[in-house]
Design a protein. Structure first.
Length: 227
């Protein structure tokens, strides 16, 4: 007995590739409520509620010129409070959802701000050094310029490195960074009102919000396998 002839059209005119192996993907779980609530509390505490009697963050901004010796709390309030709300929100959802889109969005916007601010600072420092040289002063701002450039490069590389991490590493690093957000916000309010009027309890709402976001980052999304 001879084997039956092969079917018509065999072998196929095109190569047969093996099926693509399944990949692990993420989707939102119930823990996404933690960054939703946390970001809402942070926004409420920073933008909408007074921090002490008749004092909102906008009053602190307005009275900054009357302050002779700005401390850590004042610098945080004027410079970092609102940007931390924006970047902390992206960080919280990027870590909780394991989202590549939010990671790279955080890198793109953060890198743009860091490079712009660093470039302007280097330019101003360079202009100041040129003016000092022309006046014959022995003082040099070269070390300041180098420090600013170095900090800008390091910060850019940190943002880029964060954009590449994912999975468990993203959740752990993101959760620890959000814990840092919570600690810095609490220390800033404490320093701002040290030895003066006691702040309202909801002045610490941003810290509570970042703490919830941190727990949400550690919890993470649900994972499933798909082709």
């Amino acid at each position: 007995m001879y084997p039956p002839p092969p079917p018509h059209g065999y072998p196929p005119p095109y190569p047969v590739y093996p099926a693509r192996p399944p990949r692990r993907r993420s989707r939102a779980s119930g823990s996404v409520l933690l960054p939703v609530i946390g970001v809402s509390l942070a926004a409420l505490g920073i933008l909408a509620l007074p921090w002490s009697e008749d004092t909102w963050i906008y009053d602190i901004w307005r009275d900054i010129t009357a302050t002779q010796h700005p401390g850590f709390g004042l610098v945080y309030t004027v410079v970092f409070a609102v940007p931390s709300l924006f970047f902390g929100s992206m960080l919280a959802f990027a870590a909780n959802l394991d989202s590549a889109v939010l990671r790279w969005l955080n890198f793109g916007i953060g890198a743009l701000i860091v490079c712009t601010a660093g470039g302007l600072a280097v330019f101003v420092s360079g202009v100041g050094e040129a003016m000092l040289d022309s006046s014959g002063s022995e003082y040099s701002t070269g070390a300041v310029t180098g420090t600013i450039a170095g900090v800008t490069i390091v910060w850019f590389l940190l943002l880029l490195g964060f954009a590449f991490i994912r999975g468990l590493a993203l959740r752990i690093i993101g959760g620890l960074m959000l814990l840092g957000y919570a600690l810095v916000a609490a220390l800033a309010v404490t320093d701002l009102y040290a030895g003066s009027t006691d702040p309202y309890p909801w002045a610490f709402l941003p810290s509570l919000g970042w703490l919830l976001c941190s727990i949400g980052a550690f919890s993470g999304p649900k994972y499933y396998w798909a082709r």
